[in-house]
Ligand binder design. Structure first.
Ligand code: ADP
Ligand code: MG
Length: 316
């Protein structure tokens, strides 16, 4: 989905936004515009994702710059409470309450009651697939059920914007898929805008193509994920390949467009290759092995982690 299809109005605008915790930088000179739809906030631990959310929710006050949410400043602004739902990254369910009691409590906080609230609770439990577990205590829920109940709780008052702070962290692959599907449905079928954070880019890629990468308190890149992908692909990856026939393989690799350099590591059984487009390299390797008659015994990336990519992005 392109920016144009999503309309031009901004949900959130951050301008030279700064938030420090004493000497520690939460966000610094942070600039970002977020439009309706699903937006991913991706950055390593400690990059400032949760700080951004607390500023959006008006839970903390900026030290510098400005943030507006639905055109308003969030700090001490209760007007925004009805428009935003928040699903935190920490355990927030009261273990002794049932799912229904938990959702009722949240409804009451938003001045909902009676038949309207009951109907909403039923709808939401259906949506997140928790109908059968609604009258069980949340303390007995699995990690995935807890996550779905937290999301339902954040949506009781039908907010326009839902913020999910690292919803996939610590969940198994099946729960992940469930939560990714749920996120997409909440946007597509129910029209909620969603901001979702993660420290893993490929998880977010399954939910949205609109991503902001943040690192050390700054937005270092934002926009369509394919552009960010291009940036990431341009960051040279160092990969060590060990096996037989490495001389022939090295020669063949040098003819490939994605190869930046090839070097031998002590002897002729191990090479270090620097590639600009890791996907192309990994995709093309089996054919090159075939053609050159080489066999690869082991292969490992030296800097395939997000941290290295972010360092590269800020060092540009
Ligand atoms: P993320 O959510 O991306 O992991 P955070 O926004 O939680 O990042 O943290 C950004 C930086 O601010 C980190 O260095 C973190 O240690 C620091 N920080 C966050 N909250 C506090 C706090 N209440 N007191 C002191 N430092 C904090
Ligand atoms: Mg966080």
């Amino acid at each position: 989905m392109t920016m144009r299809e999503r309309g031009t109005e901004n949900l959130i605008v951050a301008e030279s936004l700064g938030k420090w915790y004493g000497e520690v930088i939460g966000l610094n000179n942070f600039n970002l515009e977020i439009k309706p739809g699903i937006t991913g906030i991706v950055g390593p631990n400690g990059s400032g994702k949760s700080t951004l959310f607390k500023l959006v929710l008006g839970l903390i006050r900026p030290n510098a710059g400005e943030i507006t949410v639905f055109g308003k400043k969030p700090w001490r602004n209760s007007e925004l409470h009805s428009l935003i739902g928040f699903c935190p990254d920490y355990e927030s369910l009261p273990a002794d309450s049932t799912g229904r009691e938990y959702m009722s409590l949240i409804g009451h906080l938003h001045a909902m009651s009676g038949a309207v609230l009951s109907k909403r609770i039923d709808e939401l439990s259906e949506l997140v697939g928790m109908t059968d577990a609604l009258d069980r205590k949340t303390g007995g829920y699995s990690k995935g059920m807890k996550q779905r109940m937290k999301i339902a709780g954040a949506m009781v008052h039908d907010p326009k914007l839902l913020i999910l702070d690292e919803p996939l962290s610590g969940t198994d692959p099946l729960v992940r898929k469930d939560l990714i599907d749920l996120t997409k449905r909440m946007n597509k079928e129910h029209g909620h805008s969603i901001i979702v954070s993660s420290h893993v880019l490929f998880e977010i890629e399954r939910m949205t193509h609109d991503v902001a990468l943040i690192y050390k308190g700054r937005a270092v890149a934002s926009g369509d994920i394919s552009e960010i992908r291009d940036l990431i692909d341009k960051h040279p990856h160092n990969i060590i390949i060990e096996g037989e026939g490495m001389v022939a393989l090295a020669k063949a690799l040098l003819d490939e467009e994605y190869t930046v350099s090839v070097a031998f590591n002590e002897g002729k059984d191990s090479i270090t290759i620097q590639v600009s487009r890791p996907d192309d390299f990994f995709g093309g390797l089996p054919t090159l092995m075939d053609v050159t008659g080489s066999s690869v015994k082991s292969m490992y990336s030296l800097d395939d982690n997000l941290e290295a990519i972010f360092k590269y992005l800020v060092g540009r």
